[in-house]
Design a protein around this ligand. Structure first.
Ligand SMILES: [Zn+2]
Length: 445
């Protein structure tokens, strides 16, 4: 009993000390995203802080009362994104002054984070590029020439937009394998392979939700896909489990209520807590609106997502053992787009040593990307959105009837016999009634 009391007193004393004088700024990490730079300080306790900007040259000053910078922090050369360097000094009143030398003026947003998972207390500074004061040129007095365009032209066919979301990033490494492989790294590599394949695919365009090693909030991921008018959202992960034996891939769609399996519930908690590791969600206000929208159009979207997911399973099954051979359902935040079919693929278990090795292997990453592409092709082949090249191609199909000959069909569609053969990989000109022929695009149109 008395030992317990002493322990409590000691604990209070340590806490008191920390409050009284020495919050240590232990370490700093920088993550450069396209639109902002994130600076994360690891601190030994919670801090209060005061921030202001200075110009010529552009700097950001952070004052933290009763704090000090570790030797490691002082010695580190910290440059990246908008930050040229970081200096620290102690003022007379024991305030730690941190100066970020900036490449250009930036709008700061700062917040502290409580311990979460692998991290302790953190002070986070996000620097957003400001467009700056634009120097307007002299008025030339010339009127802009307004070109008249012909309006009644048919709308040009558009590409299918595939949003590829590499999970985690930046301060959030995701799951970590026994060899130290980080989920955020391998899923970005797979996402890049998939984007390269889609770029080569006629009528398709990839959009990378995350292009480098930085964190993107879960709702921001959805928002980016919606801004790009994505036709499909694919979130790529490689998760860990406490059992090393768990293996294989699984494909998830959004569940309306909870997850469909124990594993799903476990992963759901993990993937959704990423926002806590990577930052804070400032988009919570949108939650109510999101819920309302969800109810309105989510059913149709979930149905579509389920179909994509089934096609995706087909592709992945050819690659090897599946963890779950049917489509799984879970409440992942990134799948909550009310109007974009969305799936989440757990490509493998990084916690399984054999799968960890596979995930690191460039050839296996390519194979996974190919399997995903075949799933995408299958889905949109059957469900081409109106106005896309894919829809136009799908419309150019012909079902063989009794008495048809290949040359007749070629003549009707004004395509050459050889292109019709080639396009359908026909070995002979013999046709079977009921077969569907794909009609190649007319040359020069
Ligand atoms: Zn993950």
């Amino acid at each position: 009993m008395s030992r317990l009391i002493t322990g409590v007193y000691l604990w209070l004393a340590v806490q008191g000390l920390a409050l009284a004088g020495t919050v240590d700024f232990k370490n700093v990490r920088l993550w450069a995203a396209p639109d902002h730079t994130r600076v994360v300080f690891d601190t030994s306790g919670a801090v209060s802080h005061h921030v202001f900007s200075l110009q010529n040259p552009a700097r950001l000053v952070v004052d933290v009362p009763a704090a000090q910078a570790s030797k490691a922090l002082q010695a580190a050369s910290n440059a990246g994104g908008l930050v040229k360097g970081i200096r620290t000094a102690i003022k007379k009143d024991k305030t730690l002054r941190i100066v970020l030398d900036l490449k250009q003026s930036a709008k700061p947003r700062t917040f502290s984070l409580k311990p979460n998972g692998q991290y302790g207390h953190r002070l986070v500074i996000d620097l957003y590029e400001t467009t700056g004061t634009r120097i307007t040129g002299k008025d030339t007095g010339k009127q802009a020439v307004v070109k008249k365009t012909v309006v009644n032209k048919p709308a040009a066919l558009r590409n299918l937009v595939i949003a590829i979301d590499a999970g985690h990033g930046g301060d959030d490494p995701g799951a970590i394998g026994r060899r130290g492989t980080r989920e955020k790294t391998v899923v970005l590599a797979i996402a890049r392979e998939l984007a390269a394949l889609i770029r080569k695919e006629p009528g398709m365009r990839p959009v990378m939700i995350r292009e480098g090693d930085y964190y993107v909030g879960l709702r921001q991921r959805i928002n980016k896909a919606r801004k790009e008018n994505a036709d499909l959202f694919i979130s790529i992960h490689a998760d860990g489990f406490h059992s090393q034996r768990a293996s294989g891939s699984s494909v998830f769609v959004l569940s309306r209520r909870g997850a469909s399996s124990e594993m799903g519930r476990w992963l759901e908690a993990k993937e959704n807590s990423a926002d806590l590791a990577g930052g804070v969600s400032l988009d919570d206000k949108d939650d109510l609106l999101a819920e309302v929208l969800l109810d309105l159009s989510q059913s149709a979207t979930i149905e579509a997502s389920h179909e994509v997911a089934s096609n995706m399973l087909g592709g992945l099954k050819r690659l090897g053992k599946m963890h779950k051979s049917s489509v799984q359902r879970a409440g992942f935040v990134v799948l909550k787009s009310p109007d974009i079919p969305s799936i989440l693929i757990e490509t493998a278990f990084i916690s399984n040593p054999q799968e960890e090795n596979k995930l690191r292997d460039k050839r296996h990453q390519k194979k996974l990307a190919k399997a995903m592409l075949s799933g995408i092709r299958d889905y949109f082949g059957n469900n081409p959105p109106p106005g896309t090249h894919m829809a136009a191609l799908a419309a150019r199909k012909y079902k063989v009837k009794s008495g048809d000959t290949l040359s007749q069909i070629a003549a009707v569609y004004q395509v050459s016999l050889s292109s019709l053969r080639g396009y359908n990989s026909l070995k002979s000109d013999r046709l079977r009634v009921g077969d569907t022929l794909r009609i190649p695009p007319v040359q020069g149109s």
